[in-house]
Design a binder for this molecule. Sequence first.
Ligand SMILES: [Zn+2]
Ligand SMILES: [Zn+2]
Length: 368
Amino acid sequence: MRALLYTGEGRIELSHGVTVRGPQAGEVIVKIVACGLCRSDLSVVHGNIPWPAPAVLGHEGAGIVEEVGPGVTTVKVGDHVVMHTLANCGHCSPCESGKPTHCRESLGNRTTPFSLGDIPVSNFAATSAFAEYTVVKQDQVVVIDHDIPLNAACLIGCAVLTGVGAVLNRAKVQAGETAAVFGVGGVGLNAIQALVISGASRIIAIDTVAQKRGLAETFGATDFIDASQGDAAEQIRALLPHSKTQTIGTFGAGGVDWAFECTGSPIALKAGVAALNWGGTAVIVGVPPQGATIELPINAIAYVDRAVVGSRYGSSRPHHDIPMYLDFYRQGRLKLDELITKQYPLADFETAFADLEAGKLARGVLAF
Ligand SMILES: [Zn+2]
Ligand SMILES: [Zn+2]
């Protein structure tokens, strides 16, 4: 079958000779119809996420159940599904308390379900959706209605769960609160539209590409800041001053209640912390290069209850969140189709990766 193979740092190629093993107990084979292209795939190719080669990348897939293994009871052949990456165990303490992203089995699932001749080929993010067929646990697929377009649904698997979940699950933003979102890409746009759902009173989008303004506003941003034109924190504070006469009050009063850093840039995270009001929280959503650090102003955080927190995969509970997000989609409250900047045939993957790298895409989708 056709699959995109990561073959070592800086290299990805289209192979026609990859095979996938059959489903074991509790597993299903999914025929992939569409898969979004995410910066995490690019990070593997660039060596920022260390991963053994060869591997089949792709972790934002949707498709149709092709085959089920012994003991599979929750899905059947022909079901349309969105896949999620957690592969959590389902019965440990975090799983049973509604925190599958804290399940120890939900990270680092490196197996070799694929082969290229005699060579074992690794999975990625427990999904590997840049292939015509993949094998996942039955709990990793969420059945969706047949009328939901799979090329839009696939984006739920990473960008939507990560961006919307950061706002609704991790931060639990309240109506009337204010927020800044750094990075108008697939994840940032989903944070923006979740802030609209939350009833945030100001949603300030920040990007270094001025042309992203229109996209940010389409998804619900109330303000746009071009971070290439001066200090982002200063520009945020100018929009949300402490008072009519004073931009910054005692101990940095003024600014936003929430800063969502969706780019993986330590500079953006620092600006997010610098833009926080008293009691404000910076949420780290984007993944920086391995080992990245920033210096934090400890007193400014400690004295007035500011915080910096991580958010992995939107603290998602996929079987709860994905049907809810699709309800929002049907009601016109969550945009999915508009996230797709461009759709590419699998053979055009090099263009798709280059467009992602050049910052041209909200989301690019590979169609099989
Ligand atoms: Zn991703
Ligand atoms: Zn578990």
